[in-house]
Design a protein around this ligand. Structure first.
Ligand code: UTP
Length: 811
């Protein structure tokens, strides 16, 4: 039992007795707890803390005392020292001479995450929480050197239990348990503006972690450096928890300290401008310290070295490596306290929770970098900022998960194990192609493509063999993305001086793949379909073989009799009278289709509907065309019964055949959300009708699917020559890249799915969502701005629109 009276009189001596104001209402246990809490306080030190604010700031120095800090420029692969540092670092790491300490004891108040900051998931595709990101780094070190680094995690009073629980629940994410140690940092009481202690609960004094500089006292008090792996180590790697790009135990950094023999190296980056807010390193009377740029004159802040860097521009990354013996010597040094005015939740006089609107509490913190004043012999190890610095401090805006994701993804671009086939094309879409890659894809994905140039010029130069090669590549790699291409007519032959009127590349590729084209409109907020009932996209599947597209036709003269002759292999023949042109000249046509092709078409349609979970409709005119169209109907029915009925029923989707005229009227009254399989000509006509009715052809995607599982994605539209001519004249265009962008995302998502590459699939989905969001926020290209129902849409140029999409990928 604590002695209430003596504790009260001690408090009175310092004018702090108010913390016992609820003592009378407390249970016996709570009273005991409160008295223990009070007893643990050093009231004398608290009084001194309060008077700190009265002491004139010590860092008002004379500029003549300052000089730039020594800088080691972090070598990059290719530099001569890189290999030396790296290899030395790996050698040291392999021998178990490095321990890692993460400072995770902060309250993360700006982030506002419910739980320890390290458990926060910044939602970087393919990665987990901040703790998991650091573990990945440590695992990578193990992969490089074969040893597990011992990881010490500094927690705070308020997040210690939850941190340990998190690791326990997740079985230490597969890292050896005996290589992870938690230790707690100290706390300091929070004071009000009069220097009074505050209450967090009626039985608990309000305290806060003693700052990242508390690490030294915590290492000392917990005897961390004296026991276990630390006792034998030579170097201590220290970092914060909230930098997503931290290179855990960076071997080059380790090698650098081992080879330079410094007491400490501290990672820094060069400020972008002298005014940029960031603490910077320098020397004061030869001892390292960190100052604010506001503490030196504008002239001094802007002083540059011969290479254009600022003499006083090395900003603190909060990432260090210490020689462990030099650190041991410095541990017992008392670091100065820094005061921060904050808004803090506490109890008011009546015991109700109170958080004021203005900062009115004093928090006391020690800063890690103050140790350097004691240690000396510290050099800045200057890294490239965007490669290693992606802090998560705030819930949104600057230094938030969003900015960190963006930086992280740029540094850790998604890999593609297997290539997709990239088929380049013509005119404006070729420009759109290049911009999509440059602005939206390549910053985040290491595109792995097998490239074919199907520009009309190259098709001509290669006698169109390049198209055949591209088609064969699709068969090999299964997934392709194709840019729109010119199908030359007489005018185009003349325009480009072509050897001949080359066939449509799409027709060639379709023929080789025996594929079916599925076209789906992209429905966006603010552009409603013309047909009021349509809520979901209608995907149209066109049988892209035979019928009138490979028909034989001729003119007939008055008096001609036209027959259809079928000669059998065995020599027999049949002759059917087509028409007798008794009274007039005329025209005739003979067309065909093949069972194999119709069967492939049917199978591909059923397979696609199944994979997308959509009903399948098929339409023809079997009542009139009792053999030709009837054959289509029968083939679909047989394949459905024999191969797909069960799977369709299991998935809860249906197959439905109807006459093409009936299909048209039903489509007009439907809500959408199904696949409509059409014969070649029907598909040709209806797909353009659907595109216009849904908004615009620029919003129509197209995928060619073969029965053996090849996918070629492209935009449904052409090469947009009108915009191309403007572009060639140096004019800005507002070309809509949506369908081409979705061709890329479709192909990347499919490849991601096939290869089990979740990051790639996730990224593709994010890009599509970013596009929806961009348009939904009212930013669009000119063609959409003309038809949108949104008020005051903002029309963007091609590049600006792609940049707007890019800026929303990681929102
Ligand atoms: P910050 O200074 O950004 O503080 O910490 P914070 O607690 O994360 O966030 P705010 O200021 O409350 O919003 C930088 C690093 O130092 C650690 C943090 O966990 C982070 O890794 N830190 C900070 C501690 O370990 N202890 C402290 O007392 C303060």
């Amino acid at each position: 039992m604590k002695d209430y009276e003596s504790i009260l009189s001690k408090l009175k001596k310092y004018g702090q007795e108010d913390v016992l104001r609820f003592y009378g209402e407390l249970s016996a246990d709570d009273r005991e707890q409160l008295l223990c809490d009070v007893e643990s306080l050093d009231l004398d030190e608290i009084a001194k803390l309060y008077h700190l604010a009265d002491v004139p700031a010590e860092n008002k120095f004379d500029e003549s005392e300052l000089s730039p800090i020594d800088v080691i420029k972090a070598p990059v692969p290719g530099d001569s020292e890189y290999k030396t540092y790296y290899e030395k670092g790996i050698e040291v790491l392999r021998s178990g001479k490095v321990i890692a300490v993460t400072m995770a004891g902060g309250e993360g108040s700006r982030l506002g995450h419910n739980g320890p900051k390290g458990t926060y998931d910044p939602k970087i595709p393919g990665h987990g929480s901040l703790f998991e990101i650091q573990l990945e780094g440590l695992r990578s070190i193990h992969a490089q050197c074969g040893s597990f680094v011992h990881w010490y995690i500094m927690t705070g009073e308020s997040n210690h239990a939850k941190t340990v629980e998190y690791f326990e629940e997740n079985a230490y994410f597969g890292y050896p348990r005996d290589k992870v140690t938690f230790f707690k940092q100290g706390v300091l009481p929070v004071l009000d503006l009069e220097g009074k202690l505050l209450l967090e609960e009626k039985n608990k004094i309000l305290k806060a972690p003693d700052g990242n500089g508390g690490i030294f006292r915590a290492l000392l008090d917990n005897k961390i450096l004296e026991t276990g792996d630390a006792a034998d180590a030579g170097y201590v790697f220290v970092c914060g928890i909230d930098n997503c790009l931290v290179k855990m135990c960076d071997p080059v950094f380790v090698g650098a300290i081992a080879l330079t023999g410094r007491a400490c190296l501290t990672k820094t980056f060069m400020k972008r401008s002298p005014e940029e807010k960031a603490g910077i390193y320098c020397l004061r009377n030869g001892r390292p310290l960190v100052i604010e740029y506001t503490e030196i004159s504008a002239h001094m802040a802007a002083e540059t070295n011969a290479d254009g860097t600022y003499k006083y521009g090395d900003a603190n990354v909060l990432n260090y490596i210490f020689d462990i013996n030099r650190l041991r010597e410095a541990l017992s040094v008392r670091l100065p306290y820094h005061i921060a005015l904050k808004k803090v939740k506490r109890l008011d006089g009546a015991g109700n929770p109170l958080k004021s609107e203005v900062p009115d509490c004093r928090k006391y913190e020690m800063f890690m970098f103050d140790i350097f004043n004691e240690m000396g012999d510290t050099a800045a190890f200057r890294i490239v900022r965007d490669e290693e610095f992606a802090p998560v401090k705030n819930a949104e805006g600057i230094d938030s998960a969003q900015t960190a994701r963006e930086l992280f993804m740029r540094q850790n671009r998604i890999e593609m194990e297997n290539p997709i086939v990239e088929i380049d094309g013509d005119e404006m879409t070729r420009i759109v192609w290049e911009k999509i890659k440059e602005i939206v894809l390549e910053p985040y994905v290491k595109l792995n493509t097998e490239y074919y140039d199907l520009s009309v010029q190259n098709r001509d130069a290669t006698d169109d063999t390049v198209t055949v090669k591209a088609a064969e590549a699709i068969k090999k790699h299964k997934v392709a993305v194709k840019c729109a291409t010119i199908t030359p007519n007489a005018k185009r032959v003349e325009e480009f001086g072509l050897k001949k009127m080359w066939k449509s590349p799409n027709a060639t590729i379709r023929g080789i793949l025996d594929g079916t084209v599925f076209r789906t409109p992209i429905i966006v907020d603010g552009i409603s379909p013309v047909v009021r009932t349509w809520e979901k996209p209608i995907t149209i599947a066109r049988h892209a073989y035979g019928d009138i597209y490979s028909a034989v036709e001729t003119r007939a003269a008055k008096g001609d009799e036209v027959f259809l002759t079928v000669k059998s292999k065995d020599g027999g023949s049949r002759e059917l009278l087509l028409h007798t042109f008794a009274d007039s000249d005329g025209i005739v046509m003979g067309m065909h289709n093949e069972d194999d092709s119709v069967e492939s078409f049917a199978r591909t349609c059923f397979g696609y509907a199944l994979s997308e979970g959509l009903d399948l409709w098929f339409s023809a005119k079997d009542t009139i065309s009792k053999t030709y169209d009837h054959r289509f109907k029968d083939v679909f029915a047989e394949i459905y019964e024999n191969e797909f009925r069960e799977a369709f029923e299991e998935k809860g989707i249906t197959y439905f055949y109807t006459l093409v005229d009936d299909a048209v009227s039903r489509v007009m009254k439907s809500k959408g959300g199904f696949v409509w399989a059409c014969k070649n000509y029907d598909g040709d006509v209806f797909s353009d009708m659907l595109a216009s009715a849904f908004g615009s052809l620029s919003m129509m995607t197209s995928v060619l699917v073969s029965p053996d599982g090849c996918f070629e994605y492209e935009a449904a539209h052409g090469t947009i020559p009108r915009h191309y001519h403007k572009y060639l004249n140096g004019e800005k265009t507002s070309t809509n890249p949506t369908a081409t962008l979705f061709a890329w995302t479709g192909a990347l998502a499919k490849k991601g799915m096939m290869d089990g590459n979740a990051a790639l699939a996730d990224f593709s989905q994010r890009v599509e969502n970013a596009l929806y969001r961009t348009i939904s926020e009212g930013f669009m290209t000119g063609d959409l701005a003309l038809i949108t129902e949104k008020e005051n849409p903002v029309t963007l140029g091609l590049e600006e629109f792609l940049e707007a999409v890019r800026d929303r990928i990681f929102l």
